[in-house]
Design a protein. Structure first.
Length: 264
């Protein structure tokens, strides 16, 4: 006897209802305005910041800087992490020789790299991109390395039987197996890319949403703090949603004998 599937509740209206209730409580509820301000107080400040408040660049420019550095760092970290992960999986000697150093770099707290990178590259966009790219690289590299190392042995043997060398092994087998690890790490990579940029901006930048949040914390301006936090959350939601859509799109096109159960 087949079970009748239970009707699914509409998710989007429920999400919008939650936002509405939180907004109403934030505006009219018992909220410490010195810590969280109120929407009615934030709106005029948002307009002021968007057009450029005294001593601050326009908010749209700060959003663009943060978003641009995040996308650039994400792209660089993904590309470098994927390529090196596949190469290191193919050459065990290279992987074993570099393992202690990579593990040491991975063990260092992410925020500790900001002063070092600032001393080397100075204040500005490059430091933010490198900080973001470094964090993404470590996440993607170790995921791709693990997936490509455990590529199906039968497929690797088939490449050898057909006369293929290491390049053929990486191109036809390990790259596709590593793609599974890349897809699995994408949501975390997006979130950490944004975290890396905010870290760099809060400690080593004069503009950007991270710098705005850091300055608001020091001046005790709850309006600027909530504006920067809300915009960062919005950027994170949009980027994560876009990457999850891309993740599902690519996972559906992976060869089943390589993708296996990694994306079920």
């Amino acid at each position: 006897m087949k079970k009748t599937p239970s009707p699914k509740l509409p998710v989007l209206p429920l999400q919008l209802l939650i936002i509405l209730l939180v907004g109403l409580y934030w505006q009219y509820g018992l909220v410490d305005t010195h810590l969280f301000s109120r929407p009615s107080l934030i709106e005029p400040r948002l307009v002021e910041l968007w057009n450029g408040a005294v001593g601050l660049p326009p908010l749209w420019r700060q959003v663009a800087e943060t978003l641009g550095a995040t996308i650039a760092g994400l792209a660089a970290g993904i590309l470098l992490g994927f390529l090196l992960g596949v190469v290191f999986a193919e050459f065990p000697l290279l992987r074993d020789a570099s393992a202690p150093y990579l593990n040491a770099i991975n063990a260092v707290p992410r925020v500790a790299w900001v002063p070092v990178l600032t001393m080397v590259f100075g204040f500005g966009l490059l430091t933010k991109v490198i900080m973001s790219g470094l964090i993404v690289f470590l996440v993607v590299f170790f995921n791709v390395l693990d997936a490509a190392t455990h590529a199906p042995p039968l497929l690797l043997r088939n490449v050898v039987v057909l006369g293929g060398g290491r390049w053929a092994s990486m191109r036809d087998v390990r790259m596709w197996a590593g793609l599974g690890g890349l897809l699995a790490s994408l949501p975390s990579a997006v979130a950490l890319a944004l975290v890396g940029v905010v870290f760099a901006e809060s400690l080593a930048a004069e503009s950007g949403l991270g710098a705005l949040m850091f300055n608001a914390m020091h001046t005790g301006d709850a309006r600027d703090l909530m504006i920067s936090a809300s915009l960062l959350a919005l950027i994170g939601v949009v980027m994560t949603g876009s990457v999850q859509f891309l993740q599902r799109l690519l996972a559906a096109r992976l060869p089943p004998d390589i993708a296996g159960e990694r994306h079920d």
